[in-house]
Design a protein around this ligand. Structure first.
Ligand code: ADP
Ligand code: MG
Length: 411
């Protein structure tokens, strides 16, 4: 068991003990304690396994996700940089949010070179100024860049060998998490971090979950509205709730293509439009290519564009050029999740084993003088390819009202 796991378990049992203490503490039981005494007790209490955030000094804000802010910070003890992700406690009536607990639990399980490392959880001291409510942060090893930031910087140019290195590490990370029965469920360039020495780390396990073993052969009923729309695989768009690792492989395919196109390849603004974009690239949804497709919940509710030929290779070749890369992309961007290549097989693909071989990124990254994060980058430019898709989408589907109910993350 890792030290972190120990910490959390001990800290949750200590908080249980603490609440028992509170009940038996004469001053804390109702009738004895004044509000002031109660608040003093809270502000003086020292959580044994959750240090104060004051041991870090914030340097800059580097991220603003749906679930809170991320800061670059420096450890006061050894000057090391970390990233601090604030746990959003608003709307929490029931104490520490279960979604954050799930993210922490999964991060504690996953220890791998290509997965972001959670160092610890810290908190601010409860006091009058914060209305006696602590703020909690997840503290991670700091990575200098995220892939979305790097791709939106025109000065960053990846050679073919460097793209291979990025993809190899990304697939290694996915292979590792899938072998540990974890689904990421939010693959996208902004959730892929890269250190200044070119080590890639999968990040943002805020939507991740463990794969359950279905009971008595009953299909799983996972939440369906996961994965940022532009990276959402066809099975999710069709309402599948019994999905698995292929959902992350689709995202890996979208990210791989983006290494050349430099912006997301399918930028739908509604779920219907996203599905149409998938069909325009990967061909029409038919039971020939995807047996069982008609059993999915939304099969009869969504409009499935007919008579589209599969054009993955044709569309991507002008950008990607390398034959092996186009071939691997063609296997990642497969509509039928059962036919989509898995991380293990993708790592065995010729792409990684023919010249140029995967090449170290350190030299290329050492030319950058600043961190590149999506949050700090100018709004990402759409490219020609995306324009073409959107044009077609506009021509071919009746425009529907914007899906205002769409949210990045829904539990
Ligand atoms: N360890 C880290 N090092 C550097 N930047 C990070 C780190 N973790 C997160 N970030 C930055 O903060 C952004 C948001 O963090 P993320 O974990 O994805 O949270 P959210 O759930 O808010 O999207 C990331 O896209 C990345 O730019
Ligand atoms: Mg994120």
């Amino acid at each position: 068991m890792s030290q972190n796991q120990n910490q959390i378990q001990s800290s949750s049992s200590s908080s249980r003990q603490e609440s028992q203490q509170q009940v038996s503490h004469p001053q804390m039981s109702s009738g004895y304690a004044t509000i002031e005494q109660r608040l003093k007790y809270i502000s003086d209490y020292n959580f044994p396994y959750c240090d104060e955030s004051a041991k870090y000094e914030k340097v800059a804000k580097i991220g603003q996700g749906t679930f809170g802010e991320v800061f670059k910070a420096r450890s006061k003890s050894d000057n090391k940089f970390v990233a601090m992700k604030r746990v959003l406690m608003e709307n929490e009536k029931e104490g520490f949010p279960i979604t954050a607990l799930r993210e922490i639990r999964i991060l504690q399980l996953l220890k791998h070179e290509n997965v972001v490392n959670l160092i610890e959880i810290v908190r601010t001291k409860a006091n009058k100024n914060n209305k006696y409510k602590s703020i909690f942060y997840l503290v991670f090893d700091f990575c200098e860049h995220d892939l979305a930031g790097l791709l939106s910087n025109v000065n960053v140019k990846f050679s073919l060998g460097e793209i291979k290195k990025v993809m190899k590490q990304l697939l290694n990370g996915l292979y590792y998490i899938h072998s540990n029965k974890i689904l990421h469920r939010d693959m996208k360039a902004a959730n892929v971090l890269i250190t200044k020495t070119g080590i890639l780390k999968l990040a943002d396990f805020g939507l991740a979950r463990a794969i359950s073993i279905s009971k008595n052969g009953q299909p799983n009923r996972y939440t369906n509205r996961v994965v940022t729309l532009w990276y959402r695989p066809p099975e999710l768009l069709l309402g599948d709730r019994n999905y698995g690792p292929p959902v992350d492989m689709w995202g890996a395919g979208c990210i791989m293509a983006e290494m050349w196109t430099r912006s997301p390849i399918m930028q739908g603004s509604t779920e219907q439009q996203q599905l149409t974009l998938c069909a325009q690239l990967c061909g029409s949804f038919t039971t020939d290519v995807w047996p069982g497709l008609d059993k999915l919940e939304l099969y009869h509710k969504m409009e499935l564009p007919q008579n589209h030929k599969r054009k993955v290779k044709e569309r991507l070749r002008p950008y990607v050029k390398d034959q092996a890369a186009v071939d691997l992309l063609d296997q990642l961007l497969i509509l039928n999740p059962e036919k989509r290549i898995n991380a293990d097989d993708a790592l065995m693909h010729d792409f990684f084993w023919i010249d140029p071989m995967p090449a170290d990124l350190t030299k290329m990254l050492s030319q950058l003088t600043q961190s590149n994060f999506e949050f700090l980058a100018p709004p990402r430019r759409s490219n020609q390819m995306m324009h073409r898709y959107q044009q077609q989408a506009a021509n071919q589907i009746q425009q529907r009202p914007q899906d205002n109910s769409y949210q990045d993350r829904v539990y």
